[in-house]
Design a protein around this ligand. Sequence first.
Ligand code: SF4
Length: 957
Amino acid sequence: MNAPVRTTCPYCGVGCGIIVQPAAEGHRVAGDPEHPANFGRLCSKGAALGETLGLDGRLLNPRVLGRDTDWSEALQYVANGFNRVIQEHGPDAVAFYVSGQLLTEDYYVANKLMKGYIGSANIDTNSRLCMSSAVAAHKRAFGEDLVPVSYEDLELADLIVLVGSNTAWCHPVVFQRLVKAKERRPEIKIVVIDPRATPTCDIADLHLPIKAGTDVWLFNGLLDCLHQHGIEDRAFIDAHTAGAERALTVAQNTAGGTAAVARLCAIELTALEEFYRLFARTQRVVTLFSQGVNQSSSGTDKANSIINCHLLTGRIGIQGAGPFSITGQPNAMGGREVGGLANMLAAHMDLDNSEHRRIVQDFWRSPRIAQRPGLKAVDLFEAIHAGKIKAVWIAATNPVVSLPNANRARAALGRCELVVVSDCAAETDTTALAHVLLPAAAWGEKDGTVTNSERRISRQRIFLPPPGGAKPDWWIFSEVAKRMGFAGGFQYGSAHEIFIEHAKLSTQGNGGSRAFDIGGLAALEPEGYAALAPTRWPVPVPVSVSVTLTGASEPPAGTHELSNGAGQHSACAGEPSNGRRELPIGVGQPPTGMRQPPIGAGQPPSGAREFPNSTGERLFADGRFFHPDGRARFIATTPRPPAYALDEEYPLVLNTGRVRDQWHTMTRTGKSARLMAHDPEPFVDMHPQDALLSGVRVGEFVRVITRWGSLVARLRSSGEMPRRMIFVPMHWTNMFSADARVGALVNPAVDELSGEPESKHTPARVTSFVVAWQGFALSRRPLVLRDAAWWSSTPGEDFLRYELAGHRVFRDWAPWARRLLQAPPDADWLEYVDRATGVYRAAYLIDDKIQACVFLSPRPDLPPRAWVSSLFAKRTLADCDRAGLLMGQPADATSDIGAVVCSCFGVGRNTLCVAIRDLGLRSTEQIGQRLRAGTNCGSCLPELKALLNEQSEALVP
Ligand code: SF4
């Protein structure tokens, strides 16, 4: 057996460490107990990674114009195509659209090629869609894109404010850390600010279901309230910030007092006051924000309105406090380090700074350097549509699904002269439009680094040989660069060489002027790079890095030690602040643990900046920021409503986001049957009153319509939705469903500063999607769907599941069903027909083993899918199973486990409800002991708690 390999999860920005135990029968995946992001925990997605390593659907060979070819021809084709367009139309006529899935080394090479050699900044990334508003806010406030908080700070905080973040589902291991922290210290307060009552509210002491888009009013109101009541760190403000007066004036004028804010945000005044009180009296506050803040036409102002509150109170640069933008993707942060966004240069340098351009060009010895920012994602695809960009290279992303107004993105690619796509997956909505397909190595097959939300650089390591012709992305970009005539700049032999160059660049012209400095890693030998332990930047020179040199069987992964430390910053010592007044709104006590005067307070910033703590990790501990004067900036944030208002035609807000067990466009998680079991089909979540007013029913198909597009999905009412808002998951593509790409419906408005789209607020309406029949089919072989007006498909264990709906009704369904299920003439055919009710059921067996079945009805009253699925696990069907197929229900009710709640152990809702009721289970621990549910990754714990509540309410007479 091969040695275990330490690597990093390829999904979300938590960046969990993983230990992979390679084995012939299937690779085993476990959380790395030594990794500081997760300490051994994994969520359902990370835990199922071993099930996603198969080669089904992989792109294994280069393809040019639909024909398999070799690398040599494909690379030359791409190089010639890009060179031709550049010669005829200039460098701004080409573009790269890359991804937060890329490793830092891949990102670095792509950015170098575009900005330093082609000479355009038309390289943007899908990270634009998730956190670019936070980047813009950081730059405005701090002078550099810096996240000053770590996961550990969340555990040290006394108040955690989660804004626009369904942490339980989107960053599950961070959520688990919060759960554990609250168990250890129940006095920690957690406030969730989100229009939806998501599973994250499970641990909330207070939920503020604000009206969508009103965040700036809320935080301006907080800023004003804090100021009015003297809850501010005047010494910090005077010594380390600028712009407070204007920000306070704007906040006061626009908030108009707490009662007005409560009205604007459509929340209870008492709840708002409670939040303000908690914030006012707690020194250790972390405000974590995510896509609910960022994905807005005022996303940058929203983030700055949060940061303002931390600057006013000096709650930044100290343990357990600060604003915390948590990233969606595994390497969004790494992409920012190398300048993967169209408005950035490498190593946190600025495109619009001529000295920075000179530094980077000199370091790269490149023939040219981009002179101005390139096009951001939405504008970039508009330019393709307009014919201004004539060649585009899309790497590791699926913009035809994920961009707003996605049908226009599809049309843009359809009219583009040259579309190159490098990807692991052969068939995506985007690869379907490519002239050239380049097979990229996938997770486990490539080597490099990623940086998580807390600035921690971790290694992704190889444990599988790349299949077929798959190559690392850095290699593909380098080989094209060489063929474009740039051989001198791209002679890389390994990811290590690229990382060293990246680390050296971070020191160029730095001298403490930029916090992103990993010069301390620039001397790593290949062995040191191979064994690099998770390391938070900055890591300036001098530094010594102690590393483990072998795999996971070795002692804990090494830690880095900085030799320039001077002891922990001594803030949070518990003294009350000077001159605090009690809050009339009932704060009642002065803030606890106020900040000590910061090191160097009142001193002018010096040129050579030191990192004053022993780990080099506590940014802003000395109160110095990265604007030229060393001061942070308050930003005056004038609230504004979302770009498109609701009206009579479109009276609902369409909100989009993730579901618990899926990742992006499901090219990887869609391979895991147990991950697909949790939400096996696209859905629309809606408040019951809105369903009533829209004339639609839960369980039936509905059409969601916006000015930009429409989709069809089944309606549910989870109880999470506020009035006048619907939620549709972002994951479904044309590969998984006939008509459920939510990106096609999302408005193309973007934040003026960040270019981030407003994916959380598109005016919409919901109507019924009238069908004559609906149903589902399960088959061991892929089916060819005919006569279905709508479908979605899901892999199960040993079968595929199809949800179906149609308009055309047959008098005799048998020929249709036999053709659909591809039943051999001599197969054992079971059939039930009820012409009076329109119900039809059919299945065929070979040697008593079920091969395929289909169930149709004019109504949603179909047999339990979980029970029918379970029949495919049986070697032979018993007579009662056959009878059940014909009756449309199991002979034994307990064989229907219901919708899967715990993906890890396949525990369904019905099983849980029966156990809770019959065994008298009262806690998630008891459920775990009896059924194992919730005892592995913990992702389902909020749902288990909800079931416990539901069942106990049902028992109340
Ligand atoms: Fe991966 Fe889950 Fe960790 Fe995110 S929380 S990095 S998806 S294991």
